[in-house]
Design a protein around this ligand. Structure first.
Ligand SMILES: Cc1cc2nc3c(=O)[nH]c(=O)nc-3n(C[C@H](O)[C@H](O)[C@H](O)COP(=O)(O)OP(=O)(O)OC[C@H]3O[C@@H](n4cnc5c(N)ncnc54)[C@H](O)[C@@H]3O)c2cc1C
Length: 457
């Protein structure tokens, strides 16, 4: 026995993938803890298939044995959905790393689930992946589709679902679905690739995706504009969306997070004197520099056109996911609200958290043009050690998610429901919607073995 798995099942797994790709004990431990360190489980086995047929065979074995499975890609997910919190078997898709040559006629590429987003972005010198996230060197195609990853260019290209032109996936009974022709127009029935985008490993295991690529930016310009308040940053971002034709990104952060990065990560302040809030804008193409300069007006601003200077400015925003980690184990609450209510959310959320836990520290940042705000909470001393775990008392999540729901927002803008938010799904999804989710789920995964604790039934 390994954990709670019979030795005979482990031998069957090994017969499919080879013994070196069935990991147990210490070799499996790294797959059981998430990026934040807030979710730690136990994997009785980690299975590392090398192809779609092996995925199908392994799922068939797990379904027959009634063994629950957590699919895992790069393990950069921030909702605790990719780690075995209930002693599930981990199915690592990392070895599905085949990247086909780029189809230049269509501007598309087919990628195995284990290919990193950066590898897709690097596939052709003139093309790029529309989804751009700070974890792109580790996050995989399978994980990004499964979470419908968003990131820093959603305002221009949409989230991962919008890049999907086809999918290959395996159902829990071992059935392989493949629709990878890449057709832009294809109204031949249900769009199940879109349904799998954001399904968080609960409907099928994604083994490959066909992705639309976008033109690589030419002459990009990055600017950080200082603002007195979230409201000023938001108003500028709204104007940028309408007035800057080549706009790719509009990102918000505050001096609170930046100070931590300056102190602990060696970053330098982009503006002196510092301002309470910042808006990072990036645009490309003819006239971008002039349009951004006109928008910034006489506000304090730092401009980068060369690669090194742009990278220095981007670090101020891209390293924000690390900032709260310097104070403790953070709760990562990624939320969104209608555009008209974003300023209220950004201005009031720290006070809402303080009412629940006066000792908590809050850092906010996010993709302001998408109505998104990342609310990172490091609980006060009385809850130290419990933050981000299923064992937490949930008062911080209660406070933030109830506030967001009262503003007509979503408790997950990007990262998914995972384990972190499962309890709060009824705040934003009706009984009828959740009943439909359950019926869809039963159709795709009748054995109920795929990520059973994510997106509760
Ligand atoms: C520094 C940092 C910055 C980030 N920035 C962003 C951001 O801007 N925007 C954003 O959206 N996210 C962001 N994330 C979150 C994360 O990177 C994304 O959710 C990413 O898409 C997860 O990919 P992964 O391969 O690491 O998936 P994992 O973490 O391995 O898995 C995530 C979920 O997908 C499921 N899954 C994984 N692979 C498959 C598969 N092949 N088939 C079926 N289900 C699967 C898992 O079961 C789990 O539920 C960030 C994370 C970090 C650490």
């Amino acid at each position: 026995m390994s954990g709670n798995l019979p030795a005979s099942l482990l031998r069957q797994f090994a017969a499919v993938v080879g013994p070196t790709h069935v990991l147990t004990g210490d070799a499996a431990a790294g797959y059981a803890v998430d990026w934040t360190g807030g979710f730690t489980g136990h994997a009785p086995a980690v299975l590392r298939p090398g192809g779609t047929a092996e995925v199908a065979a392994l799922l068939g074995l797990c379904a027959d044995a009634g063994v629950a499975v957590v699919p895992q890609g790069g393990n950069t997910g921030l909702a605790g959905g990719g780690v075995p919190l209930h002693r599930e078997v981990v199915l690592s898709l990392a070895r599905l790393d085949r990247l086909s040559p780029v189809d230049l006629d269509a501007g598309q590429v087919s990628a195995g689930a284990g290919v990193s987003l950066q590898q897709v972005a690097d596939a052709d010198p003139g093309l790029d992946l529309g989804v751009f996230i700070a974890s792109r060197h580790s996050a995989t195609v399978g994980g990004a589709v499964a979470t419908n990853a968003g990131g820093l260019r959603v305002l221009r290209y949409g989230p991962m679902r919008a890049q999907l032109r086809g999918i290959e996936a395996v159902l829990s009974d071992g059935t392989v679905l493949s629709h990878m022709s890449g057709l832009v127009k294809d109204n031949t029935g249900y769009d199940y690739p879109s349904l799998l985008a954001g399904s968080e490993g609960t409907l099928a295991v994604i083994t490959a995706a066909r992705l639309q690529l976008v033109p690589r930016m030419t002459d990009p310009v990055t600017v950080i504009v200082g603002a007195d308040s979230p409201g000023e940053a938001h108003a500028l971002a709204r104007r940028a969306v309408w007035e800057v034709g080549g706009l790719h990104s509009a990102e918000f952060f505050t001096q609170v997070g930046l100070e931590l990065l300056v102190e602990h990560a060696g970053l330098t302040l982009p503006l002196r004197p510092p301002t309470p809030a910042y808006l990072l804008l990036e645009a490309a193409g003819p006239g971008a520099a002039e349009e951004l300069a006109e928008l910034a007006g006489d506000r304090p601003a730092a401009v980068g056109t060369g690669a090194a200077e742009r990278a220095r400015l981007w670090a101020c925003r891209e390293r924000h996911p690390e900032a709260a980690g310097f104070m403790g184990v953070p709760l990562k609450l990624d939320v969104s609200v209608p555009a008209a209510r974003w300023v209220r959310l950004a201005s009031e959320v720290a006070g809402v958290v303080a009412e629940a836990d006066p000792g908590a520290r809050v850092i906010i940042y996010g993709h302001v043009a998408d109505g998104n705000l990342h609310v990172n909470v490091v609980p006060g001393a009385d809850r130290a050690g419990e933050a981000g775990t299923a064992a937490g008392d949930g008062r911080h999540e209660d406070a933030v998610f109830s506030f967001v729901a009262s503003l007509g927002g979503s408790i997950s803008a990007e990262h998914g429901i995972g384990a972190l938010k499962a309890r709060w799904l009824p705040l934003v999804r009706s009984d009828a919607e959740r009943a439909l989710f359950a019926r869809l789920r039963a159709a795709f995964d009748p054995a109920g073995i795929l990520n059973p604790h994510v997106l509760p039934r």
